[in-house]
Design a protein around this ligand. Structure first.
Ligand code: IPD
Ligand code: CA
Ligand code: CA
Ligand code: CA
Length: 270
């Protein structure tokens, strides 16, 4: 293959710049009330802002890096991931429902996967103006400040985020058991939507874990790379490594409680 060696710092700077610009575009395009469309059911929504932000990112990426692969949730441009050495995995708005409701927990997420490994993650929260950045071997940052996960914590001190779709995967009993146990053993449970921002908040230490039975790669690619670099522990609920090619479950946590949470859930997943 004749792909030139990749200048990773340049790539990272470019990614951070276009995500920040995409954030400005998102704010500019926001209308009140925001027009929305349903994608199959009443709770699966998309707006023209999702589509325009994705298009902006894809156009900019392919102009600068025509030999890179891009996959985005809204399918503005799609190619088969494995044909490319370097692949961008994009969620133009992660947390569309929050965006529509003005619930301040949504963001733009980009993960860059190189030879199958997470290389760069960029997540932007347009409400707080926080730009999260992670680069393999180079740490995680929020607006340029280094993010390092807090000292050891106990499960009883942890604030844990989760998400819906439990019911699609588990029986009623298993669902009941797992949610109740989580409430009993932790300090609290939150369902706030927005996988990408959730992962970044764990990197900051405001949340301590995230348990979700099913996500798509674009929901977590950027956030996983950032959280790993901040010192977080991330796997699927089975304990297997997270995949950047296929979606799946996520158990992301402060390293001192990851195994304990894994032990709670591993039995419920086949
Ligand atoms: C959704 C959010 C949500 C998660 C859903 C995702 P979207 O992404 O990340 O927190 O529970 O599974 O689909 O559709 O708002 O980009
Ligand atoms: Ca969506
Ligand atoms: Ca998403
Ligand atoms: Ca989305």
């Amino acid at each position: 293959e004749k792909q030139m060696t990749l200048d990773i710092d340049e790539l990272g700077k470019f990614a951070a710049d276009i995500v920040k610009e995409a954030g400005a575009l998102l704010k500019e395009l926001r209308t009140e009330p925001i027009k929305l469309e349903e994608k199959g059911d009443h709770a699966n929504l998309v707006t023209f802002v999702d589509q325009e932000v994705e298009k902006f990112l894809v156009d900019n990426i392919l102009e600068k890096y025509p030999d890179h692969g891009v996959v985005g949730e809204e399918g503005v441009f799609e190619n088969v991931l494995t044909n490319f050495e370097t692949e961008w995995v994009i969620d133009p708005i992660d947390g569309t429902t929050n965006f529509i409701h003005n619930f301040p927990f949504y963001g733009i997420s980009v993960g860059i996967v190189h030879k199958g490994e997470g290389l760069i993650g960029v997540v932007y929260n347009p409400v707080t103006d926080e730009l999260f950045y992670g680069q393999k071997g180079n740490g995680a940052y929020v607006n340029g400040d280094r993010l390092t996960i807090s000292p050891e914590i106990q499960l009883s001190e942890a604030l844990v985020a989760t998400s819906m779709f439990w019911e699609n995967i588990w029986t009623k009993d298993a669902l009941h058991h797992s949610i109740i146990q989580l409430y009993k053993e932790t300090r609290g449970v939150r369902m706030v939507g927005g996988a990408a921002i959730t992962l970044c908040e764990i990197a900051k230490g405001t949340l301590n874990a995230y348990i979700v039975p099913m996500l798509s790669t674009w929901d977590y690619a950027g956030g996983v790379i950032i959280l790993k670099e901040a010192g977080g522990s991330i796997s699927q609920l089975s304990g297997s490594p997270v995949s950047f090619e296929l979606g799946g479950s996520i158990l992301a946590a402060h390293p001192s409680i990851h195994q304990e949470l894994l032990n709670m859930y591993v039995d419920w997943i086949d």
